[in-house]
Design a protein. Structure first.
Length: 106
């Protein structure tokens, strides 16, 4: 099992920095989004570019830019995708990772 990670918080200077995290997938929400285990709550990963489908329980290492205060509408507009608002409601306003690439372990 991957060690829980911590995304930078709003006051951290690392927000909008490129990072690679190593974590276990806790749920797949759409073809473009999945959640990974965090130290307290799951963290949403939004795929900026296609990353192969991931299954719950798999370890992943997405690399991308940390973003603050998720707005589903803004993500949909900037990436040209349609997300289910209800499935993503728990992540609204939370920090997230916009992944440009990733690796799936195993």
């Amino acid at each position: 099992m991957a060690e829980p990670h911590r995304l930078p918080q709003r006051e951290d200077p690392d927000v909008r920095q490129q990072v690679t995290i190593s974590a276990e997938v806790t749920s797949t929400l759409s073809p473009e989004t999945f959640a990974v285990a965090g130290p307290a709550d799951p963290t949403l990963v939004v795929e900026k570019q296609h990353i192969p489908a991931v299954e719950e329980g798999r370890s992943v290492e997405p690399t991308g830019t940390t973003q603050e205060s998720l707005s589903v509408a803004e993500v949909e507009e900037s990436l040209g995708i349609d997300l289910d608002d209800e499935l993503h409601a728990d992540f609204e306003g939370q920090n997230h990772l916009t992944a440009a690439r990733g690796r799936i372990d195993g």
